[in-house]
Design a protein around this ligand. Sequence first.
Ligand code: ZN
Length: 269
Amino acid sequence: MSMIIEDLTILGRAAPDLMKSKMVKTFCVAGYSPSRGFIRVYPTSIDCPMKFWNVVRVPLERNLQDSRFESWKIQGSKSEWDNLDSKIEEIGTYPKKERRQLVFNLVDGCRNDINDAHRSLGIIKPTKIKGYFQEREKISESEQKTLLDFLDIPKPKNHWIKTKAEYQFIPYIKYTCSDCKSKQGYHNQQLLSIEAYEWMRKHPDNLDQLWENFRINDKDYDAYLFIGNQARRRNAFMVISILRFKKSNYSLSRTRPLIPWKKVEKPKS
Ligand SMILES: [Zn+2]
């Protein structure tokens, strides 16, 4: 099954992973389309125009290794990797003034509601939230030394990119949802956001500043968590990105009709 999606707004981009078959570092991105609901696309390259709040047109096909309803890959991912970025067309950016309203309309009461509905992506507005770092037990040596490190050739321009497994620390978010149904009263999830990992790469001596940058406990800001589960562990959710907005004096409303603001559009069959 394939489709061309015309209206995908990017709401999150995870730090890279190593695709061992090609020895390239790839990114998973996720977002929302008014016509299709939440969508996840991987693998994508560092240079692809699927950046935060960009609206893109992209030809997608099903990923046979991933049966999650929201998961797709770019058409020709396998055979045309070097040419993949040219297939993505940047339509524009989502209007700044309307971003808060979009995210507000997509909020679920609890991570458990998303899980119970067998959805793999959703947005939470936490009431309590705390960020922290945990030391990685073992930094992956196989990931550290990619094939390129052994070859005596000039490194490609994006060689600086580090995969998650190469970092000494893992960022985590502990939070309570607005209508939390968790027995323990909170969720504890890894934060995958490229923003967090780039901060760690550039400021290894000032890690905790990250939480202030994210404004997660700033009373002048609203923070939302864009969360998703894992392909192999459907019950394990992670935070893909932290969306935050300065509070303003215009009010948010749920008066828009549910369609086209519905969260997913399941096939009728
Ligand atoms: Zn919850």
